[in-house]
Write a protein that binds this ligand. Structure first.
Ligand SMILES: Cc1ncc(COP(=O)(O)O)c(C=O)c1O
Length: 278
């Protein structure tokens, strides 16, 4: 049996999950989304994801005439409807709506897509992964807008080079975040996260910051430069599906000693305990 999705008040099969080609999300990439997963069939950090959806909409001036509690309820109903014993990922999309002049937003559509969870091979966590750098900067980084043009191009390049992710590097040479992940590095005795003004406030990153605090790991928010990669003892990408993924190579440069480091290990273990307690 296929999945059941949500579109503007209706539960529909994939073949009926259709919007107008006049919608600004299709024509201009104008719209926002959020993306969450379940652990043991429970939506992870649902309040935070729904709040971020509304923050994303506000940041680009997208009308979001929905009730937060109603969206949360619909996510839970959708998870129930799509239950097949495995965990799911949920994509909530708010489109720009049908435009009369191809540029002015119209009445937004609300879409929820339920899909089996994307997972990564175990070696990604035990051995660590390679990432590449890619020159780009997200427009309005705090907004999870539908414009992932750079992400599609950069990810294809990353995969072509045997990497799992591409890190955006801006004109100042700062590594801000990945195409669909946040980036953190251990330098000296601190876990460094790039300035929040330059990144999407990743939900996984927020959880990691709390866990690091309770583990007594020192954290600092400051820029991480490409020219300083040789000083990174450890590097991590975090996201809803990647969770805490150790980075052992950036382009052709080995990070630290090329193995998963102790701080990454501690964080990954405490993240595992945290999600297992759900
Ligand atoms: C640009 C960007 N940064 C960071 C993240 C990580 O966010 P989260 O941990 O909420 O999945 C994502 C997730 O897709 C993203 O698209």
């Amino acid at each position: 049996m296929g999945s059941t999705h949500f579109l503007d008040g209706q539960w529909v099969d994939e073949q009926d999950l259709k919007i107008s080609a006049f919608d600004l999300s299709v024509l201009r990439g104008f719209g926002v989304f959020d993306f969450l997963r379940t652990y043991h069939h429970v939506p992870f950090e649902l309040d935070t994801h729904v709040d971020r959806l509304f923050d994303s909409a506000k940041a680009i001036g997208l009308d979001a005439p929905w009730d937060r509690n109603q969206i949360k309820e619909l996510v839970k109903i959708g998870i129930e409807k799509n239950q097949n014993g495995q965990d799911l990922e949920v994509r909530i999309v708010a489109t720009g709506g049908v435009s009369s002049d191809f540029i002015t937003p119209g009445k937004p559509s609300l879409i929820m897509i339920f899909h089996p969870l994307t997972t990564y091979p175990g070696e990604c966590y035990t051995e660590g992964v390679k990432v590449i750098t890619f020159s780009s900067k997200r427009f309005l980084p705090a907004s999870k807008s539908l414009n992932y043009l750079a992400a599609v191009v950069a990810t294809r390049q990353a995969h072509g080079e045997g990497a799992v992710e591409a890190l955006y590097v801006d004109e100042q040479g700062r590594i801000n975040e990945g195409t669909t992940s946040n980036f953190l590095a251990v330098v000296g005795d601190s876990l460094i996260t790039p300035p929040v003004s330059e990144i999407l406030l990743g939900v996984t990153r927020e959880v990691i910051i709390k866990l690091a605090a309770s583990e007594g790991i020192k954290m600092e928010e400051k820029p991480l430069y490409v020219r300083d990669i040789s000083q990174f003892q450890e590097a991590i990408i975090t996201s809803t599906t990647k969770e805490i993924m150790p980075v052992v190579k950036i382009n052709d440069q080995i990070v630290g000693d090329g193995k998963v480091g102790p701080i990454t290990r501690r964080l990954a273990n405490s993240f595992k305990s945290f999600v297992n307690s759900i």
